[in-house]
Design a protein around this ligand. Structure first.
Ligand SMILES: C[S@@+](CC[C@H](N)C(=O)[O-])C[C@H]1O[C@@H](n2cnc3c(N)ncnc32)[C@H](O)[C@@H]1O
Length: 293
């Protein structure tokens, strides 16, 4: 394991939050399913590419990247030991051999300079205490001309998956999230996002809005059970001591309008971000142009 500077995030993702994601791997993958196509199409991974997946969690995006880079490799890096255990076990069970997972903090992880053709992330890059340092570190891991492609949530008010259950929980709509705080909505502001990536040394930065449906369960009661088990929600319930039954029925009612025959499908809106490490940028690249594998 490398050096960790995001200690608060590491505690959460190695504690209840990460345990919940690890225990509900398939459910979380169903939540993010529609993002995969957007992410992987934009990443345009070649069959010989070396791919870095930042905040890979249970590793679905890493395995999908590895399938495209079938003559190359994919490396997933994450803070969460329980999720990495799921990632390794799933890759082994599926017989995916050109994939590797490492425990570390992507903000400071000593990636081999210039070792990757493309870096991707499905929502694993919003939690850095120092995003410019973190994105610069990821940039150094890319070869000159290498690409960074990721998805991250847009403004809170566009996210039914967040607003509907939180309004039921709080009794009022959630307030706007501050874009400067590490957390789910930290990259929601387009100009801020653009500025961070530019300051981290990336060029040709684009952010395209994508609207998806996120599947939260088979019906409203099932989805409410899942939502009430999530780390931040559990924390809120523990702090306020609100009675579980009242909360459960309020959240179930809030999710019922989203029930469709395939399950509970809730609209979400994301940025699909693409950026490149400048072609002429040789800073930080090892003279041998060393590879990670
Ligand atoms: C919202 S989850 C997404 C997980 C996975 N990408 C997916 O789509 O299922 C965010 C992930 O980012 C990881 N993460 C947060 N900060 C990180 C950091 N500084 N370095 C590495 N991973 C980090 C967390 O441990 C967690 O697995």
């Amino acid at each position: 394991m490398g050096h960790i500077v995001n200690t608060h995030q590491a505690e959460a993702w190695n504690g209840y939050e990460g345990e919940h994601w690890a225990a509900h791997q398939q459910r979380w993958d169903a939540v993010s399913q529609e993002l995969n196509h957007h992410l992987l199409t934009a990443a345009a991974i070649g069959e010989q590419d070396h791919v870095l997946d930042i905040g890979c969690g249970n590793g679905q995006s890493t395995r999908l990247a590895a399938a495209r880079a079938h003559r190359g490799h994919a490396l997933g890096v994450d803070l969460s030991a329980p999720m990495l255990a799921q990632a390794r076990a799933t890759a082994a069970a599926e017989g995916v051999s050109n994939v590797r997972f490492e425990h570390g903090d992507a903000q400071v992880y000593p990636f081999e300079a210039g070792g990757f053709d493309v870096a991707i992330s499905r929502g694993g890059i919003m939690f850095f205490s120092d995003p410019v340092t973190a994105f610069a570190n990821i940039g150094r891991a890319l070869r000159p001309g290498g690409r960074l492609v990721f998805v991250c949530p847009r403004d809170v008010h566009r996210q039914d998956w967040f607003v509907a259950p939180m309004t039921a929980l709080l009794g009022r709509p959630p307030g706007p999230a501050g874009p400067r705080e590490p957390g789910m909505f930290s990259l929601a502001d387009h100009d801020h996002l653009h500025d961070l990536l530019s300051r981290a040394g990336f060029e040709t930065v684009t952010a395209t809005g994508i609207d998806v449906y996120m599947t939260y369960g088979s019906d409203a009661a099932d989805a409410a059970e899942f939502v009430l088990g999530m780390g931040p929600v559990r924390f809120y319930l523990d702090q306020t001591g609100r009675p579980a039954e009242g909360v459960r029925s309020a959240v179930t009612a809030a999710l019922r309008p989203y029930e469709v025959p395939g399950g509970v499908r809730m609209p979400g809106s994301f940025w699909l971000v693409a950026a490149s490490r400048p072609l002429g940028d040789t800073l930080g690249t090892s003279p041998s142009g060393g590879r990670h594998f």
